[in-house]
Design a binder for this molecule. Sequence first.
Ligand code: GLP
Length: 271
Amino acid sequence: MVLAALDRCSVIPLYYQIQQRLLDQIRSGALKSGQPVPSEQEIAAGLGVSRMTARQALKSLCDLGVTYTQRGRGTFVSANKLEKNIRQVLSFTEEMRARGLRADSNVLCFETVPAVAEIASALHAASGEPLIKLHRIRLADSCPMGIECSYIPQRLCPDLLRTFDASTSLYQTLSERYGIQMAFADEVIEAALASAKEACLLRIAKGSPVFIFTRVSSVQSGQAVEYVKSTYRADRYKIAHRLTRLNRELLYPAELKELGNAQVRTAPVDG
Ligand code: GLP
């Protein structure tokens, strides 16, 4: 692969120029996901830069999540990010299936625990009430995508611990065995950096960006069924959603007031 010559008079650091040239190759499709990117030696020799500069350029691409390194094998272009569906309540298995990927799980823990205050309140359960805790690494075609830790009141599915194969689909079992169909979910999404433990489980570098989803899923009656905290790899997921412009006639008075305040705050000053 031939990379365009660097501009040595520019104030833009050489490593950054190399990073941008490699990114151009990836964006244009000249370098596809799974393909190796040029090695440190190739970049250094091809562009006449030090090995340290070439290494810095390769590391910056890994830090962006655009590439990943396999020890002893080299650096490769990451797979395209999956678009996380945040419009529908889907199970991990359903989401992966829809993309032609095989969903799998490594179970870290599957046991009964007493509800701590925060989770009890989210699930409208009593503090200390027995919850089933299911902590899993979720894999797509054997690649770790995220870690999910779910809590479900035991009274809703008393023999789940005994009957459920925790490496299979939780939502399918809840639906087929207990008639529990998730109807809606309240979810908060935050950005974070992977802790050492998360990084190890997800096979990414410590401090890599991750999404934290905290979700409470409920059935049609409003009964909260699952509290789940998920840590998803930001190099494998992106979030896309549709925004609609509000129809003022359909707004509640409080929302109208809020909208009015927002407009006052952002309105340009005349004159
Ligand atoms: C999604 C949800 C989780 C839920 C999981 C069930 O990932 N965010 O809250 O526990 O699906 O997935 P499955 O039915 O594949 O076990």
